[in-house]
Design a protein around this ligand. Structure first.
Ligand code: MOS
Length: 763
């Protein structure tokens, strides 16, 4: 049903998945362009097994890598015994800090505009150990099994030094966090005094655990030194930045790195540049052999970071009519000394609600652990949990409906920046969601009911994610005399449908048929420096392709022959529409692009351009919002918790492709369901070691855990965003955990403030 919201769907796969749709789709008018449900271009390749991922490429003479991980959190290596490993069958190389090439430390995010590494920790350059799980030796062997076997034969002795591994110890020395160059602190008025004076208030503490990325494709890279060129088949979310970062590590010019990642089996913020990339390339150089390095699932947990734990306080003061007089959202999270990534969990509170006074502050403690990093909806995923649970508690105290409380506090302008919203329809999303879900409005009382052993309740929350557009957007379009266009850009498709959406955006800009647009991406040698992160890749692409279109107009104008109506017109008056160069306001003055090229004797023209700086996000308050509703069923005997119904309605600007959007929204909801119910990286505070580094002991939702998910959107184009689209990749990761917690309260009367909501907390 939801795929029909916004547009008619035409995807063949939908006919198979939902046979009931076939008839209505067959009768739907044929449409094209933005908003059309084109099926994913990578779909058939993946279904046939023809899409090759990083670990599926091979080079002649390739050997396989395995890693040895440290078992102490901090210290120095006293000795490494490698003889048995060297003598093991098939072993080609054992590399430790003693024989590794000398390398520069990698540049992490924010250390420079091109940093793509998880941390600046040097990679096997000396005897130092920085975290429990750090790679300390690399084995290369002729088969993966031989490499894995030899890795187990390496013996390492350590001199341990005192490590900071306890949250409390690190929190005691925490300081105000800096994220993307900004101090995570904001005050307006005296919120504590306003809270003390408030007629109605809540003051609550929450915690969220460490979480690990579990992409379907574990991290992998296949590398070869080809002369002076480092060739990498990677699974990164930033081909260009990964290439630049690794080039600097090896003292190369970025042009000497050729890095491709055509298919990425899930990223979510975790597919960046990690130590295994550098070790694979270093070992390949030392052994003079191409290397495939595939991390085991345990390897991902040891060396590829995830979301840091948080402890948060949300306090709200209100007048009896529900208007907020105080909003306090503060807390502490963990990071490492060698990166600049702090969970910015106050961002939702900055922009969601009007309030008379506000205090937001995030402190970061430094802990000896694997580098933490971005994980789907960094900040907002864990920040909306306490905020939206606290609003539910406040609604109860106010004897007010939770939906009405949010509408009561809808701001007219951005509550902290004072800027006008470029487009915001949170109230519409709340109302639409309530209606679709069948929300029973309430005034402070619980409406939960009992069905046999099961306690059933409903809850809701707002969702939030900022609009972003990173610099670096660029692209090239080659227009052929045959009326086809080739679009090339260093972008990424991690399974969300970038190439499909990009083709629609390009077709729309040029007035070409969608089928006539070919997309090439996932290669650092293509134009641009985009990253598939921050829900902003499509904005970066849209801005880039608009600039390329304008560059094409300039070239096309020069081809207009003598005597044509378009000849000598000012460039600003010219544009491309329906596959023709046209003059604004004069339908007669048009020349089909194919004619223009043919008459000029050109087979094709090509233009490349860079997107303008992202000034829109500084001039406007640009944010996506949403409303999410959940039904929870808790077994009164066993504490088993099942989420049985979910509705999410999102306000993200124009939806470029309803099939892709529904899939993105649903996948974020499924991931958020994991956050709500089960995900928990068990960090042993005594040793600093992750105790559950596998899918056997770290739980993510399986099919049976996931109910029907109803998703919809407002679809109102954002006039300030390229193509009107603000980005959809992360917002559905937010709000849901709070909606589930609120539903659990409605069902059981128990307020769970510590994620995940496991059954032991419900008994
Ligand atoms: Mo996303 S956590 O910005 O890849």
């Amino acid at each position: 049903r939801d795929v029909l919201v916004g547009s008619a769907a035409t995807a063949a796969c939908l006919f198979l998945a939902e046979p009931g749709l076939a008839e209505s789709l067959a009768n739907a008018p044929a449409r094209s362009g933005l908003g059309t449900a084109y099926p994913r271009r990578d779909g058939p390749l993946k279904v046939r097994g023809a899409a090759r991922f990083a670990a599926e490429h091979r080079f002649p003479g390739m050997v396989y890598g395995a890693l040895v991980f440290s078992t102490v959190a901090r210290g120095t290596i006293r000795g490494i015994e490698t003889e048995a490993a060297r003598a093991a069958p098939g072993v080609v190389l054992v590399m430790t800090y003693e024989n590794a090439p000398r390398l520069a430390p990698p540049e992490p995010f924010y250390a420079s505009p091109t940093g793509m590494a998880g941390s600046a920790i040097p990679v096997v350059q000396d005897a130092s150990v920085y975290w429990n799980g750090q790679p300390v030796a690399v084995i290369l062997a002729t088969t993966q099994e031989e490499a894995d076997h030899a890795a187990r034969l390496v013996r390492v002795d350590y001199d341990e030094t005192e490590a900071v591994t306890r949250f409390d110890a690190a929190a005691a020395r925490a300081s105000v966090a800096v994220y993307a160059g900004r101090e995570l602190q904001y005050r307006d008025g005296d919120a504590e005094a306003a809270l003390a004076e408030a007629e109605v208030s809540v003051d609550l503490d929450f915690s969220t655990p460490q979480q690990t990325h579990n992409q379907i494709e574990p991290h992998a890279v296949t590398v070869a030194w080809q002369g002076e060129t480092l060739r990498m088949h990677d699974c990164t979310q930033g081909v260009d930045l990964s290439a630049i970062t690794i080039a600097k590590v090896f003292g190369l010019d970025p042009s000497q790195v050729h890095l491709t990642a055509e298919f990425v089996g899930g990223g979510f913020g975790g597919k960046t540049l990690w130590q295994y990339h550098i070790l694979a390339a270093a070992a390949a150089r030392l052994a003079d052999r191409p290397v495939r390095m595939t991390l085991t699932r345990e390897g991902v947990y040891r060396i590829c970071g995830g979301r840091a734990p948080t402890r948060q306080r949300v306090a709200l003061g209100a007048r009896p009519d529900g208007r907020l007089t105080a909003l306090i959202h503060t807390g502490t999270t963990m990071k490492i000394a060698q990166n600049a990534m702090t969970e910015p969990f106050m961002e939702a509170a900055e922009h969601l609600y009007r309030t008379d006074s506000i205090h937001l502050e995030i402190r970061a403690g430094v802990r000896d652990m694997l580098a933490n990093t971005f994980m789907r909806a960094p900040g907002a995923a864990v920040g909306t949990f306490p905020l939206e649970v606290a609003l539910d508690s406040l609604a109860e105290r106010l004897a007010m409906d939770p939906v009405a409380l949010r509408i009561r506090n809808e701001p007219e302008v951005d509550p902290t920046t004072g800027r006008a919203f470029s487009q915001r329809a949170l109230v519409d999303a709340l109302q639409e969601g309530a209606q679709r879900f069948g929300w029973q409005s309430r005034s402070g009382e619980r409406l939960g009911r009992r069905e046999g052993e099961w306690l059933v309740g409903t809850g809701m929350a707002a969702a939030y994610y900022p609009y972003k557009r990173f610099p670096g957007g660029a692209g090239r379009i080659t227009l052929g005399r045959d009326g086809r266009a080739l679009v090339e850009l260093a972008a990424h498709d991690m399974g969300m449908g970038t190439s499909t959406a990009t083709a629609a955006v390009a077709a729309d800009l040029l007035g070409l048929a969608y089928e006539d647009v070919e997309i090439r991406y996932g290669d650092n040698r293509l134009p641009g420096s985009m990253i598939a992160a921050g829900s902003q890749q499509m904005a970066a692409i849209g801005a880039a392709l608009t600039a390329v279109r304008d560059a094409l107009v300039v070239q096309l104008a020069a081809l207009v022959p003598e005597g044509a109506a378009l000849r000598g017109r000012p460039l600003q008056a010219l544009t491309i529409r329906d596959g023709a160069l046209v003059l604004a306001g004069d339908p007669a003055a048009r020349m089909p692009l194919t004619d223009l090229l043919a008459r000029a004797g050109r087979r094709a023209i090509s233009a490349e351009a860079v997107a303008p700086p992202p000034s829109e996000a500084r001039e406007w308050s640009m944010h996506s919002t949403g409303a999410v509703f959940a039904e929870a069923r808790v077994n009164a005997v066993t504490g088993e918790l099942r989420v049985s119904r979910i509705t999410g309605v999102y306000d993200c600007g124009r939806i470029l492709n309803p099939t892709l959007a529904a899939s993105q929204f649903r996948s974020g909801i499924v991931m958020a369901l994991g956050m709500a119910l089960m995900e928990n990286t068990l960090f042993d505070e005594r040793s600093g070691r992750i105790a559950n580094p596998s899918l056997a002991a770290y739980y993510v939702p399986a099919h049976l855990d996931v109910p029907e998910i109803d998703v919809a959107w407002t679809g109102i184009p954002d006039p300030e965003a390229p193509s009107g689209a603000r980005g959809i990749g992360e917002i559905s990761m937010t709000g849901l955990a709070a909606a589930v917690a609120n539903a659990v309260y409605d069902a059981t009367g128990k307020r769970i403030h510590d994620l995940p909501i496991t059954l032991d907390k419900l008994l």
